[in-house]
Ligand binder design. Structure first.
Ligand code: FDA
Length: 427
């Protein structure tokens, strides 16, 4: 039987709790203690905790420490940290996995190992290579990161009629090169343009700056004046309040909302891409056209650069570093099961349309935006070459080292799933 390992259960294609072969779930839901050491600026976090619980516990101890992980508070630590994990502090500090300094893992022999006893190779794979191919990660020791007592956020939304195409075209050159303290992502959706039922694409420039309003406005006036940012568009708050802001929660409301583990129940499918060269205007217009075919599409452009460019491609299994201007996430949402085929077909068509504009050979993808469309095997029994179909996209040249470590630590392929790293022990 397959062993499924589940922490927060947020796997986009459900690989932690679905399979077409018999399986058992090792559910870490109740292993979720968090111990914050303010003096040493570290924390031990068990895999079943959510990132909202991490933010809450860090903020309860200090206003000037934060942690760079994802936006949605219900995401589980186990899958998130082992697959990378990024959020609004990405350009300042990199990924959640980049902060890991120790871990405890149950290996295939049932032994609990720490950083020293697991050795360099196993410690490397669990920081971006996905834990599920190698063992059950119980807990993580991470570095916390400094944040100013006050950060600044803003969201400016523009429609097609208000010049989205030109703004996004410019954003592609600007966002990657900004100082690392400034993160401006763009979220696209479709809204009503008027009362006649006409639709338009809306782009929300959604940002956090680790500094004051005054400095931000002056920086934006120099680097991205086209957006027209003014002080009145900005709000100062603590870093932990910014985690509420990015989720649309009231920023002055109780922080306890970060502890709510209830997951939204919606049908959706997601995919990812990396952009290395700005998409020409005509290419952007083709995206808008396809978004307008759908009722609830969401596309998010997240800028890279900053700290992400300073970390080498092989420092961890996560290879998408220098030279990636931004990452795209495509999302289709729908209400009823009967809509599924239509929605899957729409998002796959959009993905095909994007091929000329995004990374190639391989077309890169983000492991934590799991996408079985890019390749999978039945019951985790892929060969080296079959595994490379998705492994090359998620890990580029790091795939070979992942296979090497897998073969060493789990030669019989005990820990496997539809997109796991193959062992070549019996090849
Ligand atoms: P889940 O429990 O489903 O596990 C995911 C994978 O990791 C599975 O293969 C599982 O077997 C394995 N795994 C889990 N725990 C393990 C453990 N302890 N040891 C070994 N293997 C383990 N990502 C991001 O980077 N930034 C973001 O802002 C967001 N936002 C976001 C919002 C929402 C609503 C969703 C559904 C997802 C995201 N994500 C994200 C993606 C998220 O990072 C990704 O789905 C993580 O793998 C989720 O980790 P969970 O532990 O919740 O998932």
């Amino acid at each position: 039987m397959q062993i499924k390992i589940r922490s927060g259960g947020h796997d986009y294609d459900g690989l932690s709790y679905l399979s077409d072969v018999p399986f058992v779930i090792v559910d870490l839901n109740n292993l979720r203690s968090i111990t914050v050491d303010v003096q040493n600026e570290t924390a031990w976090i068990q895999s079943g905790a959510t990132i909202g619980e991490v933010y809450y516990n860090v903020a309860a101890k200090s206003r000037t420490l934060g942690f760079p992980a994802g936006v949605c508070p219900t995401v589980g630590v186990g899958g998130h940290f082992s697959g990378g994990g990024y959020g609004t502090l990405l350009r300042s500090y990199g990924l959640a996995a980049d902060q890991v300094i120790d871990a405890r893992i149950v290996n295939v022999d049932g032994k609990i190992l720490d950083k020293e006893s697991m050795g360099e190779d196993l410690f490397w794979v669990i920081r971006g290579g996905g834990g599920a191919s190698f063992g059950v990660v119980l807990s993580w020791k991470v570095k916390l990161v400094p944040v100013p007592p006050t950060v600044t956020v803003f969201t400016i939304a523009k429609t097609l009629q208000q010049g989205v195409t030109e703004l996004v075209h410019k954003w592609q050159d600007v966002a990657y090169n900004l100082p690392k303290e400034l993160f401006i992502r763009v979220i696209f959706d479709v809204i009503n343009a008027n009362d006649n039922g006409d639709k338009t694409v809306q782009a929300a420039f959604n940002s956090i700056y680790l500094g004051s309003v005054e400095n931000l406005v002056s920086l934006m006036n120099t680097r991205f004046p086209e957006l027209g940012l003014e002080s009145k568009d900005c709000t100062e708050m603590s870093w932990v309040q910014s985690t509420l802001y990015f989720n649309g929660f009231p920023v002055n409301g109780p922080l306890e909302i970060l502890l709510d583990r209830t997951q939204a129940k919606r049908f959706y499918k997601a995919k990812s891409d990396y952009v290395k060269v700005p998409i020409p205007t005509v290419g952007l217009e083709g995206i808008w056209k396809r978004l307008l075919e759908e009722d609830q599409p969401v596309v998010i452009f997240s800028p890279y650069g900053g700290k992400m460019s300073e970390i080498s491609e092989s420092a961890t299994p996560f290879p998408h570093r220098e030279g990636n201007l931004y990452k795209i996430q495509y999302l289709a949402y729908w209400e009823g099961l009967e809509e599924t085929a239509k929605q899957l077909s729409w998002i796959r068509k959009l993905y095909r349309y994007m091929a000329p504009f995004v990374s190639k050979n391989p077309r890169q993808a983000y492991l934590n935006y799991r996408d079985v469309d890019i390749g999978q095997s039945k019951n985790g029994t892929a060969t080296y070459l079959q595994g490379k179909v998705w492994g090359g996209k998620y890990f580029k040249n790091n795939y070979d080292r992942l296979v090497h470590v897998k073969t060493k630590v789990d030669p019989e392929n005990f820990f496997r799933n539809e997109q796991s790293i193959p062992s070549v022990a019996n090849a």
